[in-house]
Design a protein around this ligand. Sequence first.
Ligand code: HXC
Length: 510
Amino acid sequence: MKEILLELERRREVARLGGGQARIDAQHARGKLTARERIDIFLDEGSFEEFDMFVEHRSTDFGMEKSKIAGDGVVTGWGTVNGRTVFIFAKDFTVFGGSLSEAHAEKITKVQDMALKNRAPIIGIYDAGGARIQEGVAALGGYAEVFQRNVLASGVIPQISVIMGPCAGGDVYSPAMTDFIFMVRDTSYMFVTGPDVVKTVTNETVTSEQLGGASVHTTKSSIADAAYDNDVDTLLQVRRLIDFLPQSNTADLPEIECYQSVTEPDTSLDTLIPANANKPYDIKELILKVADEGDFFEIQESFAKNIVCGFGRIEGATVGFVANQPMVLAGVLDSDASRKAARFVRFCDCFNIPIVTFVDVPGFLPGTAQEYGGLIKHGAKLLFAYAEATVPKLTVITRKAFGGAYDVMASKHLRGDLNYAWPTAQIAVMGAKGAVEIIFRKDIADPEKIAAHTKMYEDRFLSPFVAAERGYIDEVIMPRSTRRRLAQGLRMLRNKDLTNPWKKHDNIPL
Ligand code: HXC
């Protein structure tokens, strides 16, 4: 009996070494952790339960039958993050470069199936060279099996991808269909085809970093939602995100103890809006003052900075914040901002996370670059996302809410549940200058008349009261009481029950 137990221990030890000490050392020399080290850091201590440690590939081509390594390049299983169950797979670069074989794919699809059946988030850690070249179509089939499960799980359980090394070919499309992608600066990159293929096909010379590094994907392509300096920091940030998310689309929102009063007025907010309507201010200050203990997990912080999206909590329960940022392009809505916020709003709606929207938006960005780039369709994405969302929607207009952007930003007309405005709000078709130049064009050469018309327009329209008179604004509130108002509103909306008409699925303007 003792011999049998020892044999198990021996086999486990070999499996845990993956591709061997030399390759583990090479991994460390590159500033990267191994798959198992990453799992250990990510999960609660001692909580990892591994599956399929002894799975090997079945390939016999190119002499592969002579090189088999237990685990076959991916470590899979489940564990907990602050006590809540998650499923996990981590590609092991020390084994065939983490490449995906048929057996490797079966290990991943097993945890995908278990995560869906047991309604818990799934996290994929990537550090891999794509399809196992020696396996050919069996590897391609394996990828498609993974992709199909990503799609079926989308909107049912949170799916998160963490890119911690090379990620090429088939390995980029599974992350692309998950809810969030995180990268590690300098050691991770993602592309469909690498620099060599790029050189052959387009004659461009680029490095891996220039083609698909973290800075490219967080600032230009918007593929990645955030990047951090090293493996440990990245894994700890993903744990932080998990704490905000429900286990599935039918689970309750996670709630944690809230230590900050919701009734205490914050008088500093009364002076947040500058006296000059054209002066910017930082909308993140408002978010940080409204969110419990100023804890805010921002999504896509480095992309389309004219809109801010992220998770916080109010009275201990998660909310999604969406806010125009007057510090960048005056908070205007352009194609990038619309796409970014639309995806975030849809995530919140999938997982029953209430949406708090702060509005200070001068309109949609004019110009040929935007129009040729499809602003109509991209702007419509955000409009569509807000309009279809059935979660509690609470909106606070702090300053400008002009034109179509007023409609889009969770207005009353898009089934906003509570629509508040600060006394500084200006809700109108456009700002005074543009409006007066159009409706009083005949007086354009007379500065005195234009000044009088402008004053009249400002007095009549650049306030919250015209909208409030119509009930489009439920209440004009004191800035200092914003946190209290939102907390009360969220409490009132806890049992909100609203469903859209039955359909197979909608046809959002993609
Ligand atoms: C089999 C692979 C492999 C692969 C790497 N290895 N990629 N084995 N299939 N796809 C092995 C190497 O042979 C090597 O084995 C070890 O992993 C480490 O690889 P290195 O090249 O030494 O490492 P590095 O220099 O860091 O380069 C990493 C890399 C590079 C950038 C990932 O290996 C690479 O470009 N690999 C191929 C990428 C690719 O084109 N994949 C196919 C994509 S097509 P030893 O034994 O020497 O340690 C695809 C189709 C799916 O994925 C499409 C679905 C939509």
